[in-house]
Design a protein around this ligand. Sequence first.
Ligand SMILES: [Zn+2]
Length: 113
Amino acid sequence: MTSPAPKSGSGTNHRSLLARIEVKLETPREYRGSEIIGDLRGVAETLFYPFKFVGFWDGHTGNHLCPMKEAGKDCPHGEDAAAKSAYAVTIEDELAGELEVVFPHADLTVYLG
Ligand SMILES: [Zn+2]
């Protein structure tokens, strides 16, 4: 099991069962890896074939692929850090997600299932 960094402040501790994978890019300052979600989706799917994209979370904006919104309902997640945990639960429960692939250089997380 992974042991995520302890969260500041307790509360509803809905522990995620997603396997957390971090893909770190170490580059010289003048070279930056792509931060485009479509690109990183491709990277994640290539690295962990045959898993497929089921969602993403943008740490800059809280933007995410929301199945509730897609279905014409209100997004129950929000856009802050706690919202990401709530979204991870949706990924697991509604979308059968298994992998959480984090790209720290882009502050983007791609979920595969
Ligand atoms: Zn949402």
